[in-house]
Write a protein that binds this ligand. Structure first.
Ligand SMILES: C[S@@+](CC[C@H](N)C(=O)[O-])C[C@H]1O[C@@H](n2cnc3c(N)ncnc32)[C@H](O)[C@@H]1O
Length: 365
């Protein structure tokens, strides 16, 4: 079976490492490929069947997709591949011709294996790149092809709001992919624990990517701009044994972070402090790891205040940080100046896709 896994752009390697570790735990054969057919934010896994022994000692098949949906911290979706194909030139093609090609392709696929006649289905599509067709065109065309094929086996049922089976049709550049989205309509990065919605919250998958980059080893850990608590909460949920601190300037967000931590069942594991990160050394004498998504200016109103804020914060950080810091921001110039002028070294830099932007991420020591 082939699984298409989606995640944020720029963290495919970390998602791949997580996937390899999860699949190894199942003791099955697998092959993993980052950015299949050059598509960013995707990892492809070819996996063998997995089995477990039930309480009566019977050997049963284990659903690898359900296992990944439950365990992964970095993935957004787990999609079982039905087929994928490169359609040379589809971008420039006349819309009618392009849709005809997709329709013919889908009509030839054994979709009846994936949806019982008693089950309702819907097609959700995703399109990226230059095309003369829209994602709505793709949903309609693919939906029609699936419907007509299923008619040979019974009376197909479409339910666009609450389908039992979700077909995922993607056209990225000239690559078309059809699969079954086992994750459902809510992406895995939308965590069930989030009861307080911060306007600039970080995706939980990216929070975990930043934690992976920081490689905390059990030492003390702080998010000095913790907002709704995404990073400390995700760290606590990983079973982290060390001290975890979340600092936030605004009471409303700190309360929200506490509510989120309570809902995640980890409130006891995190010390939440109301305070100003530009006075960090007043709250902690020393900390091993600091991981944060910094305020981005646009979100806090006065953009001119950002370079000063970063400079003041990094000068405080220099007094207390023992091991490693990981920071994500859109403001490349302000962070690089603050890192350099406060005596830190950048050990690693990468761009990560967040909210339609590519955001700069730094690992510093
Ligand atoms: C980009 S948000 C962090 C969002 C967080 N990662 C989450 O997922 O909810 C930045 C946060 O820094 C806070 N903040 C701004 N200036 C601060 C300061 N001087 N000290 C501490 N927190 C500050 C803002 O109120 C905001 O909640």
């Amino acid at each position: 079976m082939r699984l298409l896994l989606t995640t944020s752009k720029g963290i495919e390697d970390l998602a791949r490492a997580e996937l390899e570790s999860l699949l190894s735990n199942l003791g099955i054969l697998f092959r993993v490929e980052e950015k299949p057919l050059g598509v960013e934010g995707r990892v492809l896994a070819e996996v063998d069947k997995a089995f477990y022994t039930d309480e009566k000692g019977r050997k049963r098949e284990l659903s690898v997709s359900a296992y990944l949906n439950e365990r992964s911290r970095l993935l957004h979706r787990v999609i079982v591949e039905i087929a994928s194909e490169r359609f040379e030139g589809i971008g420039e093609e006349d819309p009618e011709r392009a849709l005809k090609r997709l329709e013919e392709f889908v009509s030839g696929l054994p979709v009846e294996r994936y949806v019982k006649t008693s089950e309702s289905f819907a097609v959700r599509s995703f399109r990226k790149g230059e095309h003369r067709i829209t994602s709505i065109d793709i949903s309609k065309t693919v939906g029609k092809a699936i419907f007509e094929r299923l008619e040979h086996f019974g009376t197909p049922r479409v339910n666009l709001d609450h389908p039992a089976v979700i077909f995922r049709a993607e056209l990225v550049g000239d690559v078309f992919f059809l699969g079954i989205d086992t994750t459902g309509d809510s992406s895995l990065h939308k965590r069930p624990w989030r009861v307080y919605d911060h306007p600039a919250h970080l995706k939980a998958s990216i929070a975990n990517a930043l934690i992976e980059l920081a490689k905390p080893d059990g030492g003390s850990f702080i998010d000095p701009f913790c907002g709704s608590g995404t990073i400390p909460i995700e760290l606590a949920l990983r079973g982290y044994g060390g001290r975890i601190i979340g600092l936030e300037k605004y009471r409303k967000h700190l309360r929200g972070a506490e509510m989120n931590a309570l809902s995640a069942g980890v409130l006891e594991r995190i010390e939440f402090i109301l305070g100003d990160a530009t006075r960090l050394s007043e709250y902690v004498d020393s900390v091993d790891f600091a991981v944060s998504n910094l305020p981005y200016g646009l979100k806090i109103g006065r953009k001119s205040a950002i370079p000063r804020l970063y400079m003041d914060f990094f000068s405080e950080l220099a007094k207390v940080l023992e091991k490693r810091g990981v920071f994500i921001t859109t403001d490349k110039r302000a962070i690089e100046k603050a890192i350099e002028e406060n005596g830190f070294d950048t050990k690693h830099h990468r761009l990560i896709g967040h909210g339609g932007l590519m955001v700069h991420t730094y690992v510093i020591e």
